[in-house]
Design a protein around this ligand. Structure first.
Ligand code: FES
Length: 115
């Protein structure tokens, strides 16, 4: 079991955090949802980008090939699809409102990144 620190936008706009147990046998998203934390997702198969977040520290591996889904630039910056990423260490994970992820609509073409 790995430890995840989930950073997100708090009620009054501040960055808040919560600790979550990350199982090395399942996706980051599944562990987050298992902890009853509300995390946006839609397709669960790595196509909609709704679950995209950014790994601030730690290592992950993927269940699928994502090179044609996320740009090389975003991968380099640490963006991952939580529904397809498996933890390989403790992680610090930035979600909505953290590290410039302000908008997480369900449609790929309207995803907004602010770095
Ligand atoms: S839920 Fe659609 S890409 Fe993860």
């Amino acid at each position: 079991m790995y430890k995840g620190i989930l950073k997100f936008q708090g009620f009054q706009g501040q960055v808040d955090s919560q600790v979550v147990n990350l199982k090395p046998t399942q996706s980051i998203l599944t562990s987050i949802l298992d902890a009853n934390i509300d995390m946006p997702y839609k397709c669960l198969v790595g196509t909609c980008l709704t679950c995209m977040c950014r790994i601030e520290s730690g290592k992950t591996r993927y269940l699928i090939e994502v090179d044609n889904i996320i740009s090389a630039e975003k991968i380099k910056l640490g963006y991952v699809l939580a529904c397809q990423a498996i933890p390989e260490s403790d992680l610090i994970i930035c979600t909505t409102g953290c590290s410039g992820i302000y908008n997480r609509p369900n449609m790929r073409e309207s995803v907004t990144y602010v770095d």
